[in-house]
Design a protein. Structure first.
Length: 115
């Protein structure tokens, strides 16, 4: 929850003389998670900005951050490696494209192998 006097959220707002005025920011609505069959996931390999290391990148997930985190945890555990989940993407350390696509299809997702 935002602080009572969070001035950064109110930049550009005109001052009100009404003593009962409460400035409220709009909460960003999180996308509802689609069922696995309707998800269109793309599994690619990425080497950019990673010091020459390869990561398997899963993009296209539509849903809440908690569901994305849960799916990422499952994939990382089944591959036996580390990784992360952020900005709607799942990264799995190493080149596991074929294995990740097979795991996603096994879970009922519509996954496609890229590059």
């Amino acid at each position: 929850m935002a602080k009572e006097n969070d001035w950064k959220a109110r930049l550009g707002v005109v001052y009100s003389t009404n003593p009962d005025f409460r400035y409220e920011t709009e909460a960003e609505a999180e996308a509802e998670t689609l069922p696995p069959g309707k998800q269109r996931l793309l599994v690619t390999i990425d080497r950019r900005n990673r010091g020459g290391k390869q990561v398997t990148l899963v993009t296209g997930f539509v849903g809440t951050a908690d569901d994305l985190k849960e799916l990422g945890k499952t994939l990382k555990t089944r591959c036996g490696v580390g990784g992360s989940t952020k900005d709607g993407e799942i990264t799995v350390q190493g080149d596991f494209r074929d294995k990740v696509v097979a795991l996603l299809k096994e879970m009922g997702y519509n996954a496609k192998r890229g590059n």
